[in-house]
Design a protein around this ligand. Structure first.
Ligand code: RP5
Length: 165
């Protein structure tokens, strides 16, 4: 199975990014984690991206806050799918990171999830790998069915309590 790379701009992003580790573990997807910054270690970030495909990765998740150029810088140097997580790590509540991550120029896409949306970033990476991995696709489908059943149980409980007539 291809690996997922998770790159973050600073170890201060870890509390957010760890939620992605949990989801990848749950699905048994191998991943590798690094702290590389588009600004503080641009050479290492670039080298990682340039070699990511031949190093066995199928998708890259890049998390950063503030002027969050990491996902874009990674995407500029690989044709692997890159998923950006804007991290809420400043006085602007993550809006700065969201805009810096999502507003990519045509030709260099970054699939950007919600501010601090690490779990969805992991799920999207898994969905990308599942295009050519039937076992993963089955796991995803069964998780969706379980999630639906949970919501419908809640609907039943709420409806029973409040729908008197
Ligand atoms: C970004 O700046 C990092 O991704 C982090 O979210 C933010 C703050 O980094 P530290 O100053 O805490 O290292 O590059």
């Amino acid at each position: 199975m291809k690996k997922v790379a998770i790159i973050m701009g600073s170890d201060s992003d870890l509390p957010v990014v760890e939620k992605a580790f949990a989801v990848l573990d749950e699905y048994g997807v191998p991943f590798e984690v690094h702290v590389y910054s588009a600004h503080r270690t641009p050479v290492e970030a670039r080298d990682f991206a340039l070699n990511a495909r031949e190093n066995g990765f199928g998708a890259v998740i890049a998390a950063a806050g503030k002027a969050a150029h990491l996902a874009g810088a990674i995407a500029a140097n690989t044709t692997l799918p890159v998923i950006g997580i804007p991290v809420k790590s400043s006085t602007l509540d993550g809006l700065d990171a969201l805009l810096s991550t999502v507003q990519m120029p045509s030709g260099i896409p970054v699939a950007t999830v919600a501010i601090d949306g690490a779990a969805n970033a992991a799920l999207l990476a898994i969905q990308i790998l599942a295009v050519s991995d039937e076992e993963l696709a089955v796991k995803l489908k069964s998780a969706r069915a379980k999630a639906s059943a949970t919501v419908l149980e809640k609907d039943k409980a709420v409806a029973q309590k409040y729908n008197k007539f």
